[in-house]
Each structure stands twice: as structure tokens, then as C-alpha cells.
Design a protein around this ligand. Sequence first.
Ligand SMILES: *Cc1c(COP(=O)(O)O)cnc(C)c1O
Ligand SMILES: [Zn+2]
Length: 412
Amino acid sequence: MRCIECGARYAAGERIYFCPRCGGLLDVEYERDRAEALKPFSTSFKERPLSVWRYRELLPIGNESRIISLNEGGTGLIRCRNLERELGLREVYCKNEGENPTGSFKDRGMTVGVTKAVELGARTTICASTGNTSSSLAAYSAKAGLECVVLVPAGKIALGKLSQAVIHGAKVIAVRGGFDDCLRLVRELSKDRRFYLLNSINPFRIEGQKTAAFEIYEQLGGVPDNLFIPIGNAGNITAYWKGFKELKELGLTDRLPRFMGVQAEGASPIYRAFIKGSDEVKPFGRVETVATAIRIGNPVNWKRALRSVRETGGRVGAVSDEEILEAQRILASKEGIFAEPASAASIAFLIKAAREKLIDRDSRSVCVITGHGLKDPDVVLRRVRLREVDADVESVLEAIGGVSEKAAVTLR
Ligand SMILES: *Cc1c(COP(=O)(O)O)cnc(C)c1O
Ligand SMILES: [Zn+2]
């Protein structure tokens, strides 16, 4: 592991989350044989299906380790022709991470992170979470036979996510404060060696999450021109950046996608730094957005997020809650994909980018749909009232109020 600040190196078997010398974040580096690293890309899908562990030569896990897996990764890359037509874009795809075992991309990181926890002899895992990290960590810890503790902001976690953490047997602690407070607390607690920390500070989670970039490359037969991705703590954008860079280092591609990161307006410190051209991200003290998974004011991985965007000629955008909810409705009603609000932010930014001509109409875009809409059904049901009718055909027909002869696709 190499410190991203001072460059100091440490063995992957050391149980540290930050550089002991300067407190910087750690990046996993490999001394590997190129032929070995290329093996996953020439192995048939019959022999090794598309999944996180298809890429095991590119993951920092020993051959003898017990792998804790629930069959994560291998998610669909779905062509969105209705969106293409409406937005006047040639190719748009959604990488549907809601298909993962607990319903979000967090499972890619947790299968590697919890496998590492077992390898290191940990007994109890811990994390701070806006929701999906706790769902995922609870499930993988249960599978591994580890105890799990999760800290969540009281009253600010979506119902689906909370129910998962509870049923998988985690000790769920509701903290009076926001995600940033929870993270500060678990960082403090993780100095106690009884707790193994699995937030996206943990470099092994980033390693698991980078496999989504490998999958997109294999599914498309190349890299896309633009990658739209929501940013919360900025672990995932860091992971995709690492994944695409590794493809380049291996000689599988000679270019990287433009990184189009997006935040919710009410929690957009990286966006602010980006538009000011600043190299410092000033944390937001107070954050508010319907997209609870990205309701983060002080993103730990901000430095790598900014670099990924700047080095690929991309952008950081910000979208309002209204734009997020509209994008969620459009994606669900035009493409059949139900995304949670944070995930719909990438679609909201795609719509904005198409309208403002921030991307070329002939380019190929992939939007990362980070989590399933069923995680947070309240956000949809809050806005509708079901009409009840008497149990007869006339009443039902009247309530239907007519059906159109031809199907139309319109974006309002
Ligand atoms: C965790 C999460 C994010 C944000 O990912 P980061 O790595 O924190 O930037 C976005 N969407 C969903 C659904 C998430 O669960
Ligand atoms: Zn350091």
C-alpha cells in the first residue's frame, strides 16, 4: 500500500487504514506479472462468469484466503434507447449496480474488504453509513461469521437499508448527527484493534469496486467516452478511475473515459471546488438532499475525485432534488430501471449535459446506477395518493380515464 500524500509504502498485511507517518489515504499497488494480470480478460465467460472474482489476479487477496462472496458484480450494462432518442445522443447505457446481492455497488467492495478482514483475523467489523454500506457490511459479516457494528445518522436513513442491516444481525447505532459525525466516530473507534474499519477509507474496498470498470470494458468491448457517476464520499469515482487506469497500464486501452461526477446541490463541496478551479475542498457544515446516499459534506476521497475529473477532461456537476426526482421518474418510466435518488443523480446530470452540450452527441455514455430504488420506496410514495374505487368495471374504467392508441416517449 502506498500513501497518496507522502508516498510511504506498507505491506498489504498491515492492519492500517491511513499512513502512520502523515495520515494520508492509502492506495493498493501491485508487483505483478503482466501475463498473469491479463488472464481474466482472455478467460471465457463460461469458465469464469462476469463478476468481481473473475478479476482475482487483479485483487489483493492471497490464493489461500477464504473468499466471502454472495455472487456480486456481473451486473447488466443496459442500452437506453428511449433516453437516447429523447436526448439526441447516439449511445447511452446504464451500469445497473442495483442488481448486486444487497442492492448496491457497495457489495463489490465488501466482498473484498470482508475477505481481507477474515484474512487479517478480525472478529468485529464496523462502519459509518448513509445506509447502503451498512446493508452490505451487515450481509457480508453475517456470511463470514463476524460481528458487525454500524453507525447511522438518526432519522436520516432510508427504510429499506435500515431493515437490511437489522435483519442481517448488525448492531445498529443511530447517532444524533450526520454521516460526517458517524465517520469521525468510527475513525476514532477503529484505533481500538477489536474493530476492523470498512468505510471507503479502507483501500481494499476501492479494489473490489474498481472491477465495475473492468466489466464495462468487457461488456462494451472498449471504454466509453463519458462516465456519469454520483459522488458522496468519493470512494466509487476513485475506484472507477483506478480500474480504467489499470486497463490502460495493461495495454488494453489507450484512453480513459471523461469522468462526469455529480453531487446533489445541498451537499456539493467538490462541485464548488471544481467550478472555482480550487485545489481545496471546503466541507459543507450542513447538508440536505433527498438523495441520502450522497448526503455527505466532507468527502474523504475528495482529492482523488478532483484528480480523476481533471485528468480525464471531465467535469463535476450539481443537480437539484427536483432534477433528481424527475430523472428517477424518467429512468423508471421510460427505461424500466428503478434507481434510488442518489443513483438518479447521474441521469439528471446526463440530461443537463445533453441539453447544455457538455458532451458530444455522437459520444458513448455510461451512467452508473449505484443502488436499487426499492431501498427508498418512501421517496416515491410520499408524492402519490392512490385512488380507491368500487369493485365494478364501470368504476375501474372511469378511474383509468382512457388509454392512448399509440405509445409516446416524451421528456417534460
Ligand atoms: C455509497 C453510495 C453512493 C456514493 O458513493 P461514494 O463512494 O460514497 O462516492 C452513491 N449512490 C449510492 C446508492 C450509494 O450507496
Ligand atoms: Zn503518508
